[in-house]
Design a protein around this ligand. Structure first.
Ligand code: 1GP
Length: 255
């Protein structure tokens, strides 16, 4: 099946970046929030700031702007676009890759396997690169849309040992990426301590996002061992920040 895929290289790019300690900066675009000119401008700024990838998705999408968003990314920037689906209908052939998320911090069977069964026949025929991802929600200080919609409890922020064991299980199950997410707009981002513990526990590339508002917070996450830093909300408020965020993350070298 892999031979049909348009790209099989994005997971390899993430693995190679991890191997060479090159930190990546990703902008999360929620097609419900960014549309038309504002979307084009954000993508254009992302290109100038040399962001590495765009994630596209949202916990709850009420518009049908997904395809438009993916097309605009391709036309304006040529930067890889990765689907970060909040639910199984957020799939599109216009993306380069898909974070095939298993919510391993939760115990909701639909988000561990049910949705995968429903979407598998479509994905087997798709040209989109599939990236099996252990998705872990970490308590960010207040309930977020994703914890409500997923009907799961996040891992307590002060329990890095639970996060460690969960990430280890993800690696043993054969997942290829770990995503530590405090949820979009979280009050507190995932702590450096938790990221560092998970870093020690697994070899996989680690993506970290949720509630990162400043370049310092982004740098702290990268220094603690995150390979990919994702920012959404804050850039919707202040798109100019993308330059400093990207520069700061790219400047971190984790030894
Ligand atoms: C959420 O990790 C992403 O799933 C990004 O979060 O919107 O808070 O930056 P923010």
């Amino acid at each position: 099946m892999q031979k049909n895929r348009r790209h099989i290289g994005i997971l390899n790019q993430l693995i190679s970046a991890r191997k060479h300690n090159r930190k990546l900066f990703v902008v999360l675009l929620d097609p419900d929030h960014a549309q038309g000119q504002a979307l084009e401008q954000m993508i254009d700024k992302g290109k100038s700031a040399e962001v590495d990838m765009f994630f596209v998705g949202g916990s709850l999408m009420t518009s049908d702007g997904m395809d438009d968003c993916l097309e605009t990314i391709r036309e304006v920037s040529g930067i890889p676009s990765i689907l970060f689906p909040g639910n199984p209908i957020q799939l599109s052939e216009k993306a380069d890759a898909l974070l095939y998320l298993s919510l391993i911090s939760g115990r909701n069977a639909e988000l561990l396997i049910g949705n995968h069964v429903v979407t598998a026949p479509f994905l087997m025929k798709s040209q989109v690169e599939i990236m099996p991802t252990g998705y872990m929600l970490i308590d960010g200080g207040a309930p977020t849309t994703v914890s409500y919609i997923s009907n799961t409890l996040p891992i307590p922020a002060d329990k890095p040992d639970i996060a460690m064991a969960t990430a280890m299980a993800g690696q043993l199950l054969g997942l290829q990426l770990i995503y530590l997410d405090a949820g979009s707009g979280a009050k507190n981002p995932v702590s450096a301590e938790m990221i560092a513990q998970v870093r020690k526990a697994v070899d996989l590339p680690i993506i970290v996002g949720g509630g990162i508002r400043t370049p310092e917070q982004a740098a702290r996450a990268a220094q603690a061992g995150a390979d990919v830093i994702v920012v959404g909300n804050q850039l919707e408020e202040n798109a100019e920040l993308v330059f400093e965020m990207a520069r700061t993350v790219h400047a971190v070298n984790y030894a």
